[in-house]
Design a binder for this molecule. Structure first.
Ligand SMILES: [Zn+2]
Length: 98
């Protein structure tokens, strides 16, 4: 599994977690945690934090740098094309986000 997939999966989990706690707070369902009733404000807090984490997970984009020449070179870092036979050797790689 790639990093991108893992970030998406964690985003979905955080999203569901946020949704569950938001629904719980709206309908005021009682939750007992370690023998104590969990207050509504705690669910609101958890929902806000989880929603933020979900948002960040989906906002994060993987950035790559590609050569627009015939070499088809790709790099995770910005730089220049270093392929000997490429017409764009020494030219900066172009930023693309997936
Ligand atoms: Zn190139």
């Amino acid at each position: 599994m790639g990093t991108r997939v893992l970030i998406r999966v964690s985003g979905i989990i955080f999203g569901l977690f946020a949704l569950a706690h938001a629904v719980r707070a709206i309908f005021r369902w009682e939750i007992t945690f370690a023998g104590r009733a969990m207050p509504i404000w705690a669910s609101v807090l958890v929902a806000v934090i989880a929603a933020y984490l979900a948002y960040e997970s989906f906002r994060t984009r993987e950035v790559r740098y590609i050569c627009t020449g015939e070499c088809g070179g790709m790099s995770p870092k910005p730089g220049m094309c270093q392929a000997e036979k490429c017409a764009k050797k020494g030219m900066p790689l172009e930023e693309v986000s997936a």
